[in-house]
Design a binder for this molecule. Structure first.
Ligand SMILES: Cc1cc2nc3c(=O)[nH]c(=O)nc-3n(C[C@H](O)[C@H](O)[C@H](O)COP(=O)(O)OP(=O)(O)OC[C@H]3O[C@@H](n4cnc5c(N)ncnc54)[C@H](O)[C@@H]3O)c2cc1C
Length: 310
């Protein structure tokens, strides 16, 4: 199908873009990478009267480390995160492991992390990672700039706290310290499908004790989920020995945390090829595996540091 007709503007500054979005006479949509919006317009599920193209606004491009945060501008493409060295420390590992699950290279070269926050698909890898890490969403509107925590930003499928006149200028993610390991694992039917479920995990270990753990669940509810009950079960526990085989034994604390995440934190919705019970089983397995991989990553980083000091 062809999209319905619409007006099109190309602002050069954030202020001009916010001015265009503030036009109350017409329903407006921002276009960044266009990898979700154009499809939705062709399917006539979204019919904006005005499309605001932000691709000519230099101040929205680029990512930078600011204090202990990574600030990702609204024009940074998914592909920018494919190398684990693009972002310092374990956060770079987590983002690089997550991004390869997003569609395929042509889409990753156009689509943006911030666009994923604009779209708010429950199966978005970026939205779950940001929710687990307490990311902050920067919104510029007619009254100025405000920041919203990711946990308050996602309100449901394709539903967010963004007001129609607001432009997302950036997403800010906390950098992860050197005692942290990270892992992201996804399960889906074919390589190009959205996730049936996926999990991003970070694990911080101080003197053998799990001092912090973050678990983000993808497509495990009507919005991104931070698995707080599972995190609570692990925080303060001794890390101990790690399971060596491919399977995490049922009586290992990581497997128990997986079951807690699946039963208490997740609220999965059924899909044609994955009913609720199946999804809960996947979530339990993926949580346990990402915890094991994050712990391995944390130990490998520590060993590398100690090797450097010799
Ligand atoms: C075949 C296919 C497979 C895909 N697989 C995946 C997948 O596995 N995982 C995944 O997460 N995504 C997937 N996507 C979606 C893709 O990642 C998109 O790139 C992403 O959802 C949105 O980024 P975008 O920059 O293209 O946004 P656009 O399509 O330009 O915009 C999407 C929405 O966000 C709004 N928006 C964008 N930027 C802003 C902003 N700065 N301020 C306010 N609103 C804004 C737009 O108005 C629009 O409503 C897939 C897409 C396709 C076509």
């Amino acid at each position: 199908m062809k999209p319905a007709t619409f007006d099109y503007v190309v602002p050069r500054t954030v202020a001009e873009a916010v001015g265009a979005l503030g036009d109350t006479e017409r329903t407006a949509q921002v276009i960044a990478g266009g990898q979700s919006l154009i499809l939705e317009m062709h399917l006539e599920r979204v019919q904006p009267e005005l499309v605001v193209d932000i691709n000519r606004i230099p101040e929205l491009d680029g990512m930078s480390v600011e204090g202990d945060e990574l600030r990702v501008g609204a024009l940074v493409r998914h592909a920018a995160f494919e190398s684990p060295d693009a972002v310092p420390g374990p956060l770079g590992t987590l983002l690089a492991q997550a991004v390869v699950n997003i569609a395929h290279p042509p889409i990753r070269s156009r689509g943006t992390m911030v666009g994923s926050y604009g779209w708010a698909h429950p199966a978005s890898e970026w939205c779950a990672v940001g929710t687990a890490l307490d990311a902050t969403v920067e919104l510029a509107g007619p009254e100025g700039v405000r920041s919203v925590a990711a946990g308050d930003y996602f309100l449901g499928p394709f539903l967010t706290a963004r007001r129609p006149q607001e432009l997302i200028t950036a997403v800010r993610l906390p950098l992860l310290g050197e005692n942290t390991g990270a892992s992201f694992i996804e399960h889906r039917r074919t390589h190009f499908c959205f996730a049936q479920a996926a999990v991003g995990t970070t694990l911080t270990v101080d003197d053998g004790v799990i001092s912090d753990v973050r678990i983000g669940l993808v497509n495990s509810a009507d919005r991104p989920v931070r698995a707080r009950a599972a995190e609570h079960a692990l925080r303060g526990a001794e890390l101990g020995s790690l399971p060596s085989g491919p399977r995490v034994p049922d009586d290992h604390p990581f497997a128990r945390a997986g079951r807690i995440a699946a039963e208490q934190d997740a609220a999965p919705l059924p899909e044609p090829f994955a009913d609720v019970d199946y999804k809960r089983r996947i979530i339990a397995v993926l949580v346990a595996r990402t915890l094991r991989e994050a712990a391995k990553d944390q130990r490998a980083r520590r060993a590398a540091r100690e090797g450097d000091q010799r």
